[in-house]
Design a protein around this ligand. Structure first.
Ligand code: GDP
Ligand code: IMO
Ligand code: MG
Length: 428
């Protein structure tokens, strides 16, 4: 049972960090394959809480080798501050491997992200401001800087010069900012070269050899299906492919190697930043979900937009990712509601629509069609088996499973490592 992909089935923040950490003890490698430090993954181990942004959540499991794949964008300053923070708390990070082909988020990419958002005004995406989009844009435009470029000063200088050429025109003439000097950027980037060297590896080779040797490899997605650049709610998306196929390109493994694709699914829905969100609540229920679920961004500290569970989205996630399992998280947050509405379909211009519309205009007009399920009031945080859950909570889970198109194999009933009900083993 060697290769698993674990990814967000909604708009991110589903609890991927906790799910990865839970499996960390039984896997040999945990690999980030896309995104960068726009992610914020929370892991709670005992009374210790960790917030990871760039590092794979498996870094907290001693036997596991964490890998940053070629598809990730790496901000070296963030990387080292995250590593130092973990080292200070006694976490051994020496096994980390970073692909030499991963792209580097340079200071000018961060500047361009912030300036672009400011100029978009009310049409802004609400990015995390970490330089993610501009770094991927440079990659696609073939003016990106890769980790391996840090080891040849002359090539690095030429590449930074090429990347800055057009950008400085824009910065000075359109955005009214000062030009950025090549020399200064190169100097800063070179300060990371030797510190990075022990981690840099041909991660594609390492991972494929590991798979040949029957090692267990877990690919950990950042963000979520609806934030995917191809399959998400474009343009209100991130600039990479969190969906399952991204694991193949972002880590360099073939699709035939992947055995299981696990979608992390929150028992309700949240979203950060701009963009459509059919089940969004603007009332006390939305406020209560935010308060009880502690729905505040790990990366930017922004309040998350909250709403009821949307089965149309879950079905879509099953389809575009080929999900084999769901991990349903935060069921405990719903304790105390007398009734819980679940969106089963949309109404778009008077028509009932069962599947996510491909047209952006339709999706912007989609109104949720709700079915209401009975709630429960018993504390479920100590539940260890499905049978321990109150009947109405069991029925809620079963209903979500029937609507979503893949088995719910685990249920989160609290943020801690042990607050999980396992139904089917992911390593089966
Ligand atoms: P990620 O980005 O997908 O890793 O998710 P985040 O860490 O951004 O947000 C999920 C939040 O929910 C974190 O604060 C987790 O500690 C917390 N969490 C995860 N699973 C559960 C659960 O089953 N119940 C509760 N109450 N909290 C959970
Ligand atoms: P994790 O891994 C939730 C959102 C931003 C914005 C859009 C584009 O913790 O689930 P970007 O900076 O990526 O260009 O921003 O994507 N976004 C996330 N929302 N969770 C995340 O990561 C996110 N990473 C980016 O809020 O709307
Ligand atoms: Mg998060």
């Amino acid at each position: 049972m060697p290769a698993l992909v674990l990814l967000g089935a909604q708009w991110g923040d589903e609890g991927k960090g906790k799910a990865t950490d839970l499996l960390g003890g039984s896997v040999d490698y945990v690999v980030r394959y896309q995104g960068g430090n726009n992610a914020g993954h929370t892991v709670v181990v005992g009374d210790q809480k960790y917030a990871l942004h760039l590092l794979p959540s498996g870094i907290l499991s001693p036997g596991c080798t964490p890998v940053i794949g070629n598809g990730v964008v790496v901000d070296p300053s963030v990387l080292f501050s995250e590593l130092n923070g973990l080292n200070e708390r006694g976490v051994d990070t020496s096994k980390l491997l970073i692909s030499g082909n991963a792209h580097i988020i340079t200071p000018y990419n961060v500047t361009v992200d912030k300036v672009t958002e400011r100029f978009l005004g009310k049409r802004k995406i609400g990015t995390t401001g970490r330089g993610i989009g501009p770094t991927y844009a440079d990659k696609i435009n073939r003016v990106g800087i890769r980790v391996q470029d840090l080891y040849d000063e002359s090539i690095l200088t030429q590449k930074v010069e090429a990347a800055l050429d057009g950008k400085n025109q824009l910065l000075t003439k359109v955005f009214n900012r000062r030009a950025i000097e090549t020399g200064q950027v190169v100097e800063e980037l070179l300060t990371y070269a030797e510190k990075l060297r022990p981690y840099v590896a041909d991660t594609v080779l390492v991972l494929n050899k590991a798979l040949d040797d029957d090692k267990v490899v877990l690919f950990e997605g950042g963000q979520g299906t609806l934030l995917d650049i191809d399959h998400g709610t474009y343009p209100f998306v991130t600039s990479s492919n969190p969906t399952a196929g991204g694991a193949c390109t972002g880590a360099g493994v073939g699709p035939t190697k992947i055995n299981r694709v696990i979608g992390i699914l929150k028992a309700y829905t949240t979203r950060v930043g701009a963009g459509p969100f059919p089940t969004e609540l603007f009332d006390e229920d939305g406020e209560a979900l935010r308060r009880i679920g502690h729905e505040r961004g790990v990366t930017t500290g922004r309040d998350r937009r909250c709403g009821w569970f949307d089965a149309v989205i879950a079905r879509y996630a099953t389809r575009v990712n080929g999900l084999t399992d769901f991990f349903l998280t935060k069921l405990d947050v719903l304790t105390g509601w007398e009734e819980i509405p679940v969106c089963v379909a949309y109404e778009i211009d008077g028509r009932r629509v069962e599947e996510l519309p491909y047209s952006q205009s339709d999706f912007h007009h989609a109104k949720p069609v709700y079915e209401t399920l009975p709630g429960w009031s018993e504390d479920i945080t100590k539940a260890k088996t499905f049978a321990d859950l109150p009947k109405n909570a069991q029925a809620y889970v079963k209903a979500l499973e029937d609507m979503s198109g893949a088995p719910i194999s685990a249920i989160g009933v609290g943020p801690g490592r042990t607050e999980t009900i396992e139904i089917n083993s992911f390593l089966r």
